[in-house]
Design a protein around this ligand. Structure first.
Ligand code: ATP
Ligand code: MG
Length: 715
């Protein structure tokens, strides 16, 4: 049996074209990646091509590893010689050989984001700039933008419209100077400089062209112009390029990817054979039909007729949960059921649009002991901002009996004393620690009255102590959710994240507030101490990471993967599609969100569940509703679950409003928008007799008020 016999006619045709360039445009699960790998095996086994004359470029490291594994299974050790890598590692390889030709040592340093920030700091000092006004991440983003537009600082200056932009270009100019002084490259430079090397040194270009006969690129719909230019240089006069992609899965246009590249590929590469694959081998009919129906709502697309012969008995399950916390409980139960039916955990995935969504699911999975792994991300309670916020909260707790001196405070202090920056350096901290040790007290005590420091430093330490003291004073005057809000605000932590445009971290902190709210709902007697105790179970490094785990990941990270059972969760309007993207990108962004949804749905082989909940969202500042994409999924492919509970809850809510008050009638019902004389606009979360729980805008948060009080009006 040859490798080609495992393919259908069309796939075989595509895999065995050896005398021209090849473009495979095909929908999800139609075997593009499979054909690409079969083609490599075919070239080696049947055509005698040397493995090291074949190159394959994948989108992620995970895809690189998977491809290597699969090829090794077919070819044995020979597969190791095939040049498989991501475009970034390919560029590193090209540069490590010949960077000298463009003025770098071959041992050049690669700068990650932290290194870049280190490089900016002295520049800010020299230019007397404030990182509040010119925040580092924003400036680095601008620099990256200039680089990907191939604008030198001089050219960028011509585009600068405001004083601020001019200053950023000046920073860019200095950044480049410093970077070149130390002969380092950031991630953008890796691509740009590899391209420059190939463009300017014909010997290097020739060398690479002479090495390669067959070049392959997977996920070609998400290639950007610089990456494309690099690939073009590698293809010599006798080499052939094979690209595979699905324009309906273009999900990185926000990073410069351009679908036109695959659409016009045959103009650049002649002769070119285009192959269209129509049969999907991954998903059952209900899943594929629903995905096809959804993507047809995009106007800007080429029509495809993707079909499957896998019948499938299971319809898509749509699940509506009334509360935030009900959704993961339902999903965990489903996963448990599937597992009992013999589906391994690793064949199941929970997909979400944004990272913060993992929180509620992690919590429930942990408590019911379903092993899970966050793929391409960090577990919620291990994320930096969550650990920082918890450290601040820790400093506001009462001593534990086994730690009367509160030495556990020390770790928390070390974590956040300079988060945000307070100018208390490592040397000072060492001094303080010595003092604490010799006095037999904790660091906080020393910070109150530190010895042996300059008056400036002493003041900084005392200010920090005063902050913690102030936080401690507020812990019992505010509800726990409001207290978290207060801590984030007062410590300057929020401001730091806002200045750095760290939206994802800010989202995670809002999600932490939901976490507290949910825990309080489950245990109204919960204290700050008991909450921290509970989450400490989550913050300790996961030692129980089993091999057979459910995968948690964002939809972006799920590209190219497949699972027997997929759960798309938090399928709420504003979350998926993301209101932030829609606000920034209008209809184009909506179409990209729809493509993302298509990617998510088509990851499933036999079982797809889409769920959402109608709880309150701190993120959106309102009650959640289902995603607009729900309306685009044909009802006949779906089976609804949870609707009854939802209706029951609505009924309960309505009844609760109808309970006649002993004094005055309550005018509001849950979800009503109200206006308070002092706290401003809010939304009613709960009504019990005359007590209304209302969510007000920052900084007021959730308050319980007398619903019949004249200060409160319907808005
Ligand atoms: P995506 O667009 O999501 O990247 P793809 O087009 O790359 O998908 P593959 O991942 O290559 O699709 O294939 C999807 C699934 O179908 C895989 O499990 C693959 O092994 C299987 N498959 C593809 N072609 C065939 C075939 N001819 N016979 C049997 N199984 C096939
Ligand atoms: Mg693929």
């Amino acid at each position: 049996m040859t490798i080609l016999s495992t393919l259908n006619d069309k796939q075989r045709e595509a895999a065995s074209i050896t005398d021209s360039h090849v473009r495979i445009i095909a929908g999800a699960g139609s075997g593009k990646t499979r054909v690409l790998m079969a083609r490599i095996v075919y070239l080696i086994q049947e055509c005698g091509v040397y493995p090291n004359r074949i190159m394959a470029i994948t989108f992620t490291n995970k895809a690189t590893n998977e491809m290597k594994e699969r090829l090794t299974a077919s070819l044995g050790k020979e597969a190791l010689a095939v040049r498989i890598s991501t475009i970034h590692s390919l560029c590193v390889r090209i540069l490590r050989e010949d960077a000298r030709s463009i003025g770098y040592p071959t041992s050049f340093t690669i700068l990650d984001t932290d290194d870049q920030k280190q490089l900016l700091r002295p520049i800010y000092k020299e230019m007397d700039l404030d990182s509040k006004e010119f925040n580092l991440s924003h400036v680095l983003g601008m620099i990256s933008g200039y680089k990907s537009e191939k604008l030198s600082p001089k050219q960028a200056m011509d585009y600068a419209m405001t004083d601020q932009q001019e200053t950023i270009v000046k920073i860019y100019s200095q950044y480049e100077k410093k970077r070149l002084e130390i002969k380092a490259m950031d991630f953008d430079d890796l691509l740009i400089e590899a391209l420059r090397l190939l463009e300017t040194d014909p010997k290097v270009k020739e060398k690479w062209q002479n090495r390669l006969d067959y070049i392959h690129v997977d996920e070609f719909q998400d290639v950007d112009p610089i990456q494309y230019a690099i690939v073009r240089h590698l293809v010599g006069p006798h080499a052939f390029l094979c690209v595979v992609g699905d324009p309906d899965q273009t999900i990185y246009t926000w990073r410069g990817a351009s679908v036109d590249i695959i659409l016009h590929f045959d103009r650049d590469f002649q002769p070119c054979k285009s192959v269209i694959l129509n049969q999907n081998y991954r998903s059952t009919k209900p899943i594929l039909d629903a995905s096809n129906a959804l993507i047809q709502n995009n106007r800007d697309r080429i029509k495809k007729d993707l079909f499957t012969e896998i019948p499938g008995n299971d319809k898509i399950i749509l699940h509506i949960a009334t509360e935030d916390s009900d959704e993961p409980v339902y999903i965990a139960r489903k996963i448990h059921e599937r597992h009992q039916q013999g589906i391994a955990y690793k064949d199941m995935a929970v997909l979400y649009r944004s990272n913060y969504s993992s929180r509620a699911f992690e919590r429930v999975f942990k408590s019911v002991r379903i092993p899970y792994k966050i793929y391409g991300g960090i577990r919620f309670y291990e994320r930096q901002e969550i650990k920082d916020a918890l450290a601040y909260l820790k400093l506001c707790t009462f001593p534990e009996p086994e730690d009367p001196k509160q030495l556990s405070f020390d770790l928390a202090i070390l974590r956040i004393i300079n988060q945000p920056r307070r100018g208390i350096g490592q040397k000072t901290i060492e001094k303080l620690r010595d003092q604490a040790q010799s006095l037999g007290v904790n660091l906080l005590t020393v910070l109150k009255d530190p010895q042996d420091l300059s008056s400036g430093l002493k003041k900084k330490c005392q200010d920090f102590y005063a902050l913690i003291y102030d936080l401690q004073q507020h812990r019992d005057t505010l509800s726990l959710e409001d207290f978290l809000e207060y801590v984030i605000e007062k410590s300057g932590y929020r401001q730091m994240l806002e200045e750095n445009h760290e939206t994802e971290r800010l989202d995670n902190l809002k999600e932490l507030k939901s976490d507290i709210a949910q825990s309080l709902k489950e245990d109204p007697a919960m204290t700050l101490e008991s909450y921290l105790q509970e989450v400490s179970l989550f913050t300790s490094k996961a030692s129980d990471e089993a091999l057979d785990c459910v995968s948690f990941m964002t939809v972006h990270a799920s590209k190219g993967l497949e699972f027997d059972t997929v759960f798309i969760v938090n399928f709420n309007e504003g979350i998926f599609p993301s209101s932030r993207s829609l606000n920034e990108g209008g209809n184009k962004a909506l179409e990209e969100e729809r493509r993302l949804c298509y990617v998510a749905m088509t990851r499933a082989k036999t079982h797809l569940t889409i769920s959402w909940n109608t709880g309150f969202s701190y993120m959106l500042d309102t009650f959640k509703t289902k995603s607009r994409f729900m309306m685009e999924i044909p009802a006949e492919e779906c089976f609804m679950e949870g609707q009854k509970n939802h209706e029951k809850k609505e009924e309960r809510q309505i009844q609760s409003i109808g309970i006649p008050s002993r004094k005055k009638k309550v005018e509001f019902k849950v979800k009503d928008r109200v206006e308070h004389k002092v706290f401003g606009p809010g939304i009613v979360l709960k009504i019990e007799r005359e007590v209304a729980t209302i969510a007000f805008k920052h900084p007021y948060g959730i308050k319980q008020l007398n619903a019949t009080h004249p200060s409160l009006k319907k808005s």
